[in-house]
Design a protein around this ligand. Structure first.
Ligand SMILES: Nc1ncnc2c1ncn2[C@@H]1O[C@H](COP(=O)(O)OP(=O)(O)OP(=O)(O)O)[C@@H](O)[C@H]1O
Length: 250
């Protein structure tokens, strides 16, 4: 199927969601992400960011509203294709690494789609190369450091050649060098990217655009720089820059 060139990769219309216990987490979220964009999702604890992410590949289904990925609605019948198009890197890499070796973990997704033999080997090694983990292909994931496991988790998503990569707190628990190396990897990728983060300098470095999710609605969106330098907006949504960090000088 061909997709018109200006169809957003992500298109959320009036998405509302309540958990089974009745807690309403999203109250009508509208959000479009165009091909090639890098967008940060900012917001205080409990704002609904993870709930939003779980709607992007159909882990959660909205109570009202719609989610589409490059024009394809996120509904039960489309989930296999949606999950190929949307790669989610969860906060805890151990949620997505469960095989005996790095190579097997990265091969898991494409193998499920029927890729085999030399083509599978090539795809796996290309993805591991992109995250600088090719030398670790035969190591068990649980023998790797947290930062190395996060890179492998990124490779498990890259190998599927998704249309958008969504990362939940990609810089959490990384030491400064690993944090910087992951930023280098992510900025080098030619893929649409959405990143949920409390690490505001990271958002500024990686994502030209940001949205502020607060109490289950999109409270603001615009350039990341404009948002981070709007003191009143930042304060009203409990967003704080690290002490001494000045967005004007990075
Ligand atoms: N399984 C659940 N059942 C009921 N309520 C939930 C469930 N998961 C999350 N919530 C509630 O939904 C709201 C949004 O949660 P969510 O995890 O999406 O927030 P978040 O913005 O990702 O927060 P954080 O920055 O702390 O990770 C919160 O009030 C939370 O308590």
């Amino acid at each position: 199927m061909t997709t018109p060139i200006n169809t957003p990769v992500l298109d959320l219309r009036s998405v509302a969601f309540a958990y089974p216990d009745g807690h309403q987490a999203l109250f009508g979220v509208d959000l479009q992400v165009q091909r090639g964009e890098r967008v940060a999702v900012l917001g205080p604890n409990g704002a609904g960011k993870t709930t939003l992410v779980l709607h992007l590949n159909g882990i959660l289904q909205p109570g009202a509203g719609t989610v589409s990925v490059s024009g394809l609605p996120v509904v039960r019948d489309n989930l296999q294709e949606i999950r190929r198009r949307v790669g989610i890197v969860f906060q805890d890499p151990d949620d997505q690494l469960f095989m005996g070796s790095v190579r097997e973990d990265v091969a898991f997704g494409p193998r499920n789609l029927g890729v085999r033999g030399a083509e599978l080997d090539r795809k796996v090694m290309d993805a591991l190369d992109m995250v600088g983990m090719a030398d670790f292909a035969d190591r068990p994931p649980h023998h790797l450091s947290f930062g190395q496991r996060r890179r492998v988790a990124v490779a498990t998503v890259l190998v599927m050649e998704p249309e958008i990569i969504v990362l939940d707190e990609p810089s959490s628990n990384l030491d400064p060098a690993s944090r910087r190396e992951l930023a280098d990897i992510l900025t080098g990728l030619e893929v649409t990217l959405m990143m949920v983060t409390h690490d505001l300098p990271y958002a500024l470095q990686l994502c030209p655009r940001a949205i502020v999710l607060s109490d289950g609605i999109v409270a603001a969106q615009g350039s990341t720089f404009d948002i981070l330098t709007d003191d009143a907006l930042m304060k009203s949504h409990r967003l704080e820059l690290p002490f001494g960090f000045d967005p004007h000088v990075c």
